[in-house]
Ligand binder design. Structure first.
Ligand code: NAD
Length: 338
């Protein structure tokens, strides 16, 4: 068991946009943790958040880390491709001895993401990425079916993830890099490492970014997979669907937490888990609550950094698949994931 400075973990949040405020609200309500402080380089944002939450606020991460010595830090900055600002505060927090939970994408640049993972490993600190789509009761049940061998040898995965993001001011690969850490992570979570990728993409009418994409994948274990992702479908529709098939059966997971169905091969009786009306997930925000709590629990219980669910290494692996997909899109070739 690790030694902590008080009976509860002390946690700080860096980056107080909508997502950082969400992390802070969740920590404030979590019994495992005391929310110690928040930070943003935009004074208005962090002052408003600090006063609302009734906790100290800072405009410099280094000042906050020195003043409060937290056990855990959330990094909820954004930046170019929604990920360029994660590197600096993550390294600062790790150097200050904090366990870090970083928003996705781990970073928009692979070499910096590698360094983030390396520094955490060298310091023996837990480093998680907010790959929140795998942290639901339905997603966990699907994983347990796989682990119990109910699907048998894997054959294929069909994944789809889409949201409406109609504004077109983002950089060309924003959709591929910022949305698909989630979908690639779910595919890797269920089917293992991805060895090769081929990607086609299109720009919806009136758009300048690659707003809808289609990926073919080959997994290291020989299974094959497909991903459709889009920023062109308006909200109100279902958002995510994951179908995984093996020689013994197949499951379909709808919308991360709503429903998962197991279809055993050769059996007309299926098993269906449906999100409970009472006590179940009420919306997407619950994926954050579950994910953040899971990281806090792992840190509290002294989990080994390499055993963190949704780790920095998982975030990095997803980003490498996306980099390979972008290379495929640019060259028209099948690309091996490095
Ligand atoms: N897991 C999910 O489902 C999910 C959903 C949406 C967004 N996100 C991710 O959450 C992150 C934040 O999203 P957002 O919409 O709140 O972004 P945002 O741009 O509105 O907020 C980020 C904040 O970080 C601050 N910041 C940047 N560098 C800083 C630094 N060095 N120190 C302190 N503050 C700094 C900025 O001033 C800004 O206020 C993004 O990386 C995004 O990809 C995740």
């Amino acid at each position: 068991m690790r030694e902590f400075k008080s009976d509860k973990l002390r946690v700080c949040v860096i980056g107080m946009g909508p997502i950082g405020n969400r992390h802070a609200d969740i920590y404030k309500a979590d019994e495992l943790v005391e929310l110690a402080g928040v930070c943003d380089i935009i004074e208005d944002r962090v002052k408003t958040a600090g006063e609302r939450l009734g906790i100290p606020w800072f405009t410099s991460a280094e000042d906050m880390l020195a003043a409060l010595s937290p056990d855990v830090c959330s990094v909820a900055t954004g930046g170019y491709e929604y990920g360029s600002d994660h590197y600096e505060p993550t390294i600062q927090a790790l150097n200050a001895g904090c366990h870090v939970l970083c928003e996705k994408p781990i970073c928009n640049e692979i070499d910096k993401a590698e360094e983030m993972v390396r520094v955490a490993r060298e310091k023996g600190l837990c480093f998680g990425v907010d790959l929140n789509h795998r942290f639901t009761p339905a997603a966990r049940l699907a994983k347990s079916w796989l682990d119990e061998g109910r699907l048998g040898s894997l054959l294929f995965v069909n994944m789809a993830l889409w949201i409406g993001r109609p504004q077109d001011t983002d950089p060309p690969y924003f959709h591929l890099k910022a949305l698909n850490p989630h979908s690639i992570d779910i595919m890797r979570h269920y089917c293992g490492d991805i060895a090769k990728v081929q990607c086609f993409a299109t720009k919806a009418p009136g758009r300048t970014i690659w707003s809808t994409a289609s990926f073919n994948m080959q997994f290291s274990n020989g299974a094959v997979g497909h991903l459709t992702s889009s920023y062109d479908i308006q909200r109100g529709h279902p958002m995510e669907r994951c179908e995984v098939a093996g020689v013994n059966g197949r499951f379909v997971l709808e919308d991360m937490w709503r429903e998962v169905t197991l279809y055993p091969a050769g059996d007309s009786v299926k098993s269906v888990y449906t999100n409970p009306v009472f006590g179940g997930y009420t919306g997407f925000e619950d994926t954050f609550r579950d994910r953040l709590h899971c990281f806090l629990k792992e840190v509290t219980e002294g989990a080994a950094p390499e055993d963190i669910d949704g780790s920095g290494a998982d975030g990095l692996a997803a980003q490498k698949v996306i980099a390979a997909a972008i290379e495929s899109l640019e060259t028209g070739l099948i690309v091996t994931v490095e």
